[in-house]
Ligand binder design. Structure first.
Ligand SMILES: *[C@@H]1O[C@H](CO)[C@@H](O)[C@H](O)[C@H]1NC(C)=O
Ligand SMILES: *[C@@H]1O[C@H](CO)[C@@H](O)[C@H](O)[C@H]1NC(C)=O
Ligand SMILES: *[C@@H]1O[C@H](CO)[C@@H](O)[C@H](O)[C@H]1NC(C)=O
Ligand SMILES: *[C@@H]1O[C@H](CO)[C@@H](O)[C@H](O)[C@H]1NC(C)=O
Ligand SMILES: *[C@@H]1O[C@H](CO)[C@@H](O)[C@H](O)[C@H]1NC(C)=O
Length: 272
């Protein structure tokens, strides 16, 4: 053996196909919507409640203010997820006497999946301000959402007034690389806590690529491209049942040589 062969660089791309996270859903938990002085009941899944399409002579005005943010919390299954926090304020005016309920609708823009709940007030508002002298404020934070997705949130006071007594806001949930999002199980489902720890070995003319699988993914693609060479090989791996996380070994024949790696990994979703 003479001097060492020149080092060649290879680009190793690893991809994973994931089922992805569930879309917009309502978390089945919560503490009702009553406040001192107001008895309120939550009615679930009631986007099409024809009672409210009747004509009423008197209708409440729109909420005076609405704030949509997100928070990280647990859903009823104990998973750490992203929730929409929807807060709104009732206008301080005499039309509060007509306010019988509120419909909160969220539409996921890319899929048009819609979820809706209603607050129904069992008594009329005793005064234009709450017992603390503040405008009445309500909130709902049981919609579970997906990072990076855009939602259209509508808070509609009931009875309706030709669509004029609602407030609408579009809100985009921060992506998994922002703030604390990475701590959610949802971002893990989207591949953000996969550390494949790629290693390579040479065995005669073969190049052996090893990586750690992810607990909920069974399909991977491994691609090796040697710099300055037109060769580009791709191997599709489908794991059989085994331990939740394992080292997976893929052999690329006849690539050999002294290859130094540069790794890229790429996560793809099959569907949301
Ligand atoms: C609506 O759902 C919440 C939690 O999702 C639950 O606590 C409540 O009992 C449900 N109400 C009705 C009327 O089904
Ligand atoms: C929304 O209302 C809740 C309950 O009153 C409050 O804790 C929270 O700080 C409010 N959020 C915003 C952004 O105003
Ligand atoms: C409040 O009103 C809702 C809807 O009108 C009704 O289903 C519920 O039984 C009422 N609750 C009480 C405590 O009266
Ligand atoms: C990566 O994998 C190699 C080979 O299995 C192992 O020796 C190393 O400790 C792993 N590194 C990390 C950070 O897990
Ligand atoms: C990531 O992998 C998927 C599936 O193997 C492929 O379709 C996509 O083009 C890759 N993206 C990049 C940026 O390499």
């Amino acid at each position: 053996m003479g001097g060492s062969a020149p080092l060649r660089r290879a680009l190793i791309a690893l991809s994973m196909l994931l089922i992805g996270a569930e879309g917009l859903r309502q978390i089945a938990q919560g503490d009702g919507c009553s406040q001192p002085g107001m008895q309120c009941t939550i009615k679930n899944n009631s986007c099409l409640d024809f009672n409210w399409f009747r004509r009423y002579s008197w209708t409440p005005t729109a909420p005076s203010n609405m704030v949509v943010t997100t928070g990280i919390g647990q859903n009823e299954l104990g998973r750490t997820v992203v929730r929409l926090h929807i807060n709104w304020t009732v206008s301080v005016d005499a039309s509060i006497l007509e306010l019988q309920g509120v419909e909160i609708t969220v539409v996921e823009r890319s899929t048009q999946v819609t979820r809706c709940i209603q607050y129904q007030f069992n008594n009329t508002f005793p005064s234009q301000r709450n017992p603390n002298g503040q405008p009445w404020q309500f909130y709902y934070n049981n919609f579970e959402v997906i990072p990076g997705h855009t939602y259209i949130v509508t808070v509609q006071h009931l009875p309706r007034q030709g669509g004029d007594n609602s407030k609408v806001q579009e809100f985009t949930v921060p992506w998994c690389d922002e703030g604390d999002m990475i701590q959610t199980d949802t971002c893990c489902d989207l591949g953000f806590c996969w550390f494949p720890n790629i290693t390579i070995k040479h065995q005669e003319e073969n190049l052996i690529v090893e990586f750690s699988s992810r607990w909920n993914a069974k399909e991977y693609g491994v691609q090796v491209k040697v710099r300055d060479s037109p060769d580009n090989t791709f191997i599709h791996v489908i794991l059989q049942e085994g331990p939740p996380i394992q080292r997976v070994q893929v052999t690329f024949p006849h690539i050999g040589g002294h290859i130094d790696k540069e790794c890229v990994y790429n996560i793809s979703q099959l569907r949301f």
